[in-house]
Design a protein around this ligand. Sequence first.
Ligand SMILES: Cc1ncc(COP(=O)(O)O)c(C=O)c1O
Length: 410
Amino acid sequence: MDFQEIFPGGVNSPVRRYDPHPLIIKKARGPRIMDISGRWFTDYCLAFGPMILGHSDPAVRDEVIRQIDDAVLTGTPTLPELNLAREIKEAIPHMEKIRFANSGSEAVLHSLRVARAFSGRKKVLKFNGCYHGANDYSLVRNSDGSVIPSSPGIPGEVSSTVILSEYGDRTGVERIIREKGYEIGAVIIEPVMANVGVIPPDPEFLIFLREICSENDIPLIMDEVITGFRMRYGTYSQMLGVKPDLTVLSKIVGGGFPLSAFGGRKEIMDIISPEGPVYVAGTFSGNPVSCAAGFATLKELKKKDYNLLNRMVEEISEDIVSYITSSGKRYSFNSFGTMFQLFFSPEASSYSSILRSDRDLYMKFFRFMLERGIYVEPSQTETNFLSFSHSDEDINALRDSIKTFLRSLK
Ligand SMILES: Cc1ncc(COP(=O)(O)O)c(C=O)c1O
């Protein structure tokens, strides 16, 4: 029996699929993954973001093994939950109270319910191209002026509670809030769009969103599932001095294990059951092994120099952008913090421009890199990540291979 026979599309999450068959990975250490044939690849996917210390970081591994020896899952409060929550709150003080869940999708779903219950309003304002997981409120798209499900199986009634706008469109948001603000129970945004490749953020727009949400008593949810602890020890909102009402974290804070967290203003979080009436629950929520992995990861990250890692990505970016410009190629290279992506499109500054980039050519690029032992994202609309385990040699090989591929194009 093979993958294709037993799993729909041969995988357990769609973006893992590429033709003819994704690599089957047996081992992962530091910046590298090894497939079942024994070939190693330098990894810039990093499990779609979480593995910022590299794979199987020794400190995280030791802590996980120690925790498994102690207790795996008990359905009672455990100390690793408290350790991780305290560390998160110390790093992000506006997460005054925290609730753990298991995935980004789940934490977003809960945070939307909590924000709606707190504000007493039904609708959610979200932004095209911002991904908030595979839950019914996030999988929406515009069609002839209406918001409809972007996947079959989602009732149109659910999607009709979502209003869509464009990231950066201040006038559009002002109009929506002027006309429908009394119905909007939450505004949710990915502060840095990182599920369309990556697009550098618009700080003024995010500051404006904070202001307009405060003026209209609308809870603002920052989805920092990718950006939390990715370019600094904390969130991107903190870099802007913006305090969202609720923040969603996942990926890095789970240290490679299933874990997410949402949290924010105490008066909002206190409406969650059993303190309040809003039902949010989970058998695995606050899993001690995930929390121990997350806590060990944050302790390690605290010692690291994020500026150095951000600068390494900036340098690759400057080099490749200058190569693209000087060689007259009509491609783009975006980066922000420790994230980067190449686009086969002359412009990549907005979601709509990224949709026009050549995805077939991207897959040729992906296969070219694979042949050279480099595993970049298997999709144009994901972002690549750098970890603290990548070396200067790894980065030079990455940069040379990207340029060699670009040079080979007419
Ligand atoms: C910004 C953002 N929010 C939510 C999610 C959903 O997280 P998960 O895949 O853990 O459900 C993702 C996943 O990539 C994400 O990038």
